[in-house]
Design a protein around this ligand. Structure first.
Ligand SMILES: [Zn+2]
Length: 349
């Protein structure tokens, strides 16, 4: 049984905010058109049974639990001064502070909805994205690390001690990885094309200190598609989750591994994203953890709209879709053996 059994009256909720459209990056792949395309696709499909609701701004305390004050002030002051360039590809405009506050607030809202019983599934579709942003360094289109803020909020405000983040954006989520590197209370699992920007995410990096083993990098070769990605989620991530038994699963959901994406070289289909989501939903049901979605990248706006909507359908439909159940791809089998070196309960799965 997943969340529906106990929350019959609640419907899945997608958080959004018009401030997302005011983060003006100019001629840039990470543009407002991405959010417009998601809403257009949902409208075309009649809303797919998800209630759309405006996100609140993130509480200051939730931001400060991840980012130092000077990081926040740096963005806020630059936005107030009319904006500027933080690095080669990370832009702040006048509207970026409010957009970032709402994007982080949406991620926090997803956690509160799921853990407070307000929704059987929840997602946030806002920008700027977050997973490249380190505690004290915005980078890679990201100003605040939305999913990290959400995971930390789940620990601080809801008392959880096992949160799993699955990052399926095609780029390694270096910021999230770094923030929780030494924490066993957040299991960070990333599928990403390798090698690719930002250059982190080697299979050998598995966390440090008390968090040793709680960073799991699953690099994918250029050209890999559904067989690699879906099989790795089903045959590595899902068994790992059964062992870790998270109390909450957050998907750091980028759509730039899509075959139509202009920024990377992977070949995941719309159906592939739906299949990965079905696998995560099945894991959530197995361990009793609700599943939330935080939007990251995805730069072919049509593919983004379709695949994001397919993800929501897979997570939010009353009838859980069948998990993929396909054969274990050799890349996944090899990854499983490697991960089992630090998670011995995975031997023989
Ligand atoms: Zn990306």
């Amino acid at each position: 049984m997943d969340g529906y059994g106990s929350r019959l009256m609640a419907v899945p909720v997608l958080l959004h905010h018009p401030a997302s459209l005011e983060h003006d990056t100019g001629l840039h792949p990470e543009a407002a058109a991405r959010i417009v395309a998601i809403h257009r696709e949902l409208d075309v499909r009649g809303g797919i049974g998800w209630e759309r609701r405006e996100a609140d701004p993130a509480p200051r305390a939730a931001l400060l639990a991840v980012h130092p004050e000077r990081h926040l002030l740096g963005i806020q002051e630059l936005a107030a001064a009319g904006g500027g360039q933080l690095d080669m590809d990370t832009v702040v405009s006048e509207g970026s502070w409010e957009a970032a506050l709402r994007a982080a607030g949406g991620a926090v809202g997803v956690v509160d909805l799921l853990l407070g019983g307000g929704a059987p599934a929840a997602a946030t579709a806002q920008r700027p994205p977050g997973h490249h942003c380190e505690a004290a360094r915005p980078m890679g289109f990201c100003l605040m690390n939305n999913v990290a803020i959400a995971a930390q909020h789940a620990r601080d405000a809801h008392g959880l001690d096992r949160v799993m983040i699955l990052d399926w954006d095609v780029h390694h989520g270096n910021g999230t990885s770094d923030i929780f590197d030494a924490s066993p209370e957040v299991l960070f699992v990333s599928l990403h094309q390798w090698p690719l920007y930002p250059g982190t995410g080697a299979a050998q990096d598995i966390g440090s200190g008390a968090g040793y083993g709680h960073t799991v990098n699953l690099p994918m070769p250029a050209g890999s598609g559904d067989d690699h990605w879906v099989s790795t989620v089903e045959h590595v991530v899902r068994p790992l989750g059964r062992v870790y038994r998270p109390q909450l699963i957050l998907i750091s959901a980028g759509y730039d591994a899509h075959r139509d994406d202009p920024l990377a070289d992977c070949r995941v289909s719309d159906h592939g994203f739906a299949a990965m989501a079905a696998s995560v939903r099945a894991l959530g049901a197995e361990v009793g953890a609700p599943v939330g979605v935080v939007l990251e990248g995805g730069y072919d706006v049509n593919a983004l709209g379709r695949a994001f909507a397919d993800t929501l359908v897979a997570l939010g439909s009353e009838q859980a879709p069948e998990p993929p159940g396909l054969e274990c791809h050799p890349v996944a089998a090899q990854a499983l053996r490697r991960v089992a070196e630090t998670w011995p309960a995975l031997h023989g799965v």
